[in-house]
Design a binder for this molecule. Structure first.
Ligand SMILES: Cc1ncc(C[n+]2csc(CCOP(=O)(O)OP(=O)(O)O)c2C)c(N)n1
Ligand SMILES: [Mg+2]
Length: 298
């Protein structure tokens, strides 16, 4: 199963180009969530180009790795990366949030092949991902499941039910990434409902937690899913988190795929010339097409 290529050194440039795509898409739609989309683009791009086992030409392959974008409002970032990988033409990006488009304001698995779960109602994605991980273990499949959550989303109770359940069922094929950008619709996460000390909380649930890259944390599976005996690595002011569930049921080691550069990487994106924003325009004063500060909509 092919994996999409990108040299690591080029990812920064690529991410910058996709950020521009995200802003253009949301601007054309007249509504959306720019902040949560921009903050997750690096992680999504890295996953889809360096980590994920997937084939855009065969999106329903039973052996594919699965990504659940639990913070579904950030789907402009997901769409930008999927288009880059070849799931659909980049020109389709400009149909975001338009009537009849496959690219709805929140991901719709029935419309767009490659979307694993219809998300947007925050709090549910990790439970879905956990179910997929359990199914993989039961079916003796070696696919991995990645759930991407927002830090504001972490305030939802259902998230913590899934966080408790994963170590119990030893889903070593499940990775959780928390995009801890300290933003949610109503303000700063630290002020609305502070999660800290998140690392210690997750560790006490049986998860290992580590910081990744600049201000990000990752976690690796712990052999013993009991409370952590050591303190997690120090967090910076706005950490993001990658946490893997512990467990003995590790999937078999896989061979690293070879990743040739696809031709669409060399071609600049072409956008639809027509601006169909008028589709979303309503009578003056209804405000549907006026983006609010910090994101709009559901
Ligand atoms: C259950 C639910 N409640 C409220 C919303 C509205 N909503 C959309 S985005 C958002 C903020 C989410 O913040 P966070 O999870 O931190 O995401 P990010 O900062 O990455 O955008 C909210 C409250 C929702 N989509 N689902
Ligand atoms: Mg946030």
């Amino acid at each position: 199963m092919p994996t999409i290529a990108a040299e690591k050194t080029d990812l920064k440039k690529l991410a910058a180009r996709l950020r521009v795509n995200i802003i253009r898409m949301i601007e054309a739609a007249g509504s959306g969530h720019p902040g949560g989309s921009l903050s997750i683009i690096d992680i999504l791009l890295f996953l889809y180009t360096q980590v994920l086992r997937h084939d855009p030409k065969n999106p329903h392959s039973p052996d594919r790795d699965r990504i659940i974008l639990s913070k579904g409002h950030a789907c402009p970032a997901l769409y930008a990366v999927m288009a880059h990988c070849g799931y659909f033409p980049e020109s389709e990006l400009m149909t975001l949030r338009k009537l009849g488009s496959r690219l709805q304001g929140h991901p719709d698995r029935l419309r767009l092949p490659g979307i694993e779960a219809s998300t947007g109602s925050l709090g549910q994605g990790l439970s879905i991902a956990l179910g997929m991980a359990l199914a993989g273990l039961m079916d003796k499949k070696d696919y991995r499941v990645y759930a991407i959550l927002g830090d504001g989303e972490m305030q939802e109770g259902q998230v913590w039910e899934a966080l408790m359940a994963a170590p119990k069922f030893k889903t070593g094929n499940l990775t959780v990434i928390v995009d801890a950008n300290n933003g949610q619709i109503d303000g700063h996460v630290t002020e609305i409902m502070n999660l800290d000390p998140l690392a210690e909380k997750l560790a006490s649930f049986g998860w290992d937690v580590k910081t990744i890259a600049l201000s990000r944390r990752i976690a690796r599976p712990r052999a013993n899913p009991g409370p952590s005996s050591r303190a997690p690595s120090k967090a910076r002011a706005s950490p993001s988190w990658k946490i893997k569930s512990p467990g003995t049921a590790k999937p078999p080691t896989r061979k690293k795929p070879t990743r040739p550069w696809p031709s669409f990487l060399r071609t600049p994106p072409k956008y639809a010339q027509s601006d169909t924003r008028s589709l979303w325009r309503r009578a003056p004063g209804t405000g549907r097409n006026k983006p609010r500060r910090g994101g709009v909509g559901r």
